[in-house]
Design a protein. Structure first.
Length: 235
């Protein structure tokens, strides 16, 4: 009937190991023109399309274990939050900067999430991963190779900066695909982040509908480790 308010469809939880991108937060549906957004529990969420509209379904609920430190539990949303997926807590014995240990429900280590020391953030993104048996997953800026003097020279070179813009546009196309056809999507951001394991792209991050979207790329990357990085990066 004309004027009748549309009822939102139920947004049921999805499996945490489903391939594709994810976000972290409370947003179930972003606000839009003349439409109030929907929110729920803080969770790792995955984009789903229901009745032709974009929603973010919970995959893993996020609970902070300690208000004084960054310490979290992630629980399987399809099990009503009763099944533990992993824990994230500070580790000791690091070589500068912060680092966090990620363990599965049985206490086995999945890997580590590091925060780059401030002195190195001019050449390397603030957060990176280490998964046993694989190269470190690091987001280094495109010009950050060679000696400090060489890095400074390249960073000041306008040609290299222009090449960086081109690289960014290519990463945008990988991240967003046909996002331009989404009427509710804001302008694409100019600074997506790409984490690499040696020469392999392992994880990318950008924005969709104003929300930070993470897209695991490497088949071997444990999604729970990527979840942990996103949760820590958000706080």
């Amino acid at each position: 009937m004309f004027g009748k308010k549309k009822v939102d469809p139920p947004v049921v939880p999805v499996r945490w190991d489903t391939a594709g991108g994810f976000v972290v937060g409370e947003v179930v549906r972003p606000s839009a023109f003349r439409k109030k957004g929907l929110v729920g529990r803080r969770a790792v969420r995955m984009p789903v399309t229901l009745d032709g509209e974009r929603y973010f379904a919970a995959a893993a609920f996020v609970e902070q274990r300690d208000l004084e430190v960054r310490s979290y539990e992630l629980h399987d949303a399809t099990e009503a939050g009763k099944s533990l997926l992993c824990t994230v807590e500070p580790a000791s014995g690091g070589r500068g900067g912060e680092h966090y240990q990620v363990r599965d429900q049985a206490g086995r280590e999945l890997g580590l999430v590091f925060r780059t020391p401030a002195a190195k953030r001019a050449v390397q993104h603030g957060w990176w991963l280490r998964q046993p048996g694989h190269p470190d997953v690091v987001a280094r800026y495109h010009w950050a190779k060679g000696s400090t003097k060489e890095i400074a020279a390249r960073g000041a070179d306008a040609t290299v900066r222009g090449a960086g813009s081109l690289v960014g546009s290519v990463v945008d196309s990988v991240l967003y695909g046909d996002a331009a056809s989404d009427n509710h999507s804001p302008a694409r951001p100019t600074k997506p982040v790409t984490w690499r394991a040696d020469d392999e792209v392992a994880l990318t991050a950008g924005h969709t509908q104003g929300i930070k979207l993470y897209v695991p790329q490497a088949s071997w990357l444990d999604r729970r480790l990527a979840f942990a990085l996103a949760v820590l990066r958000q706080d």
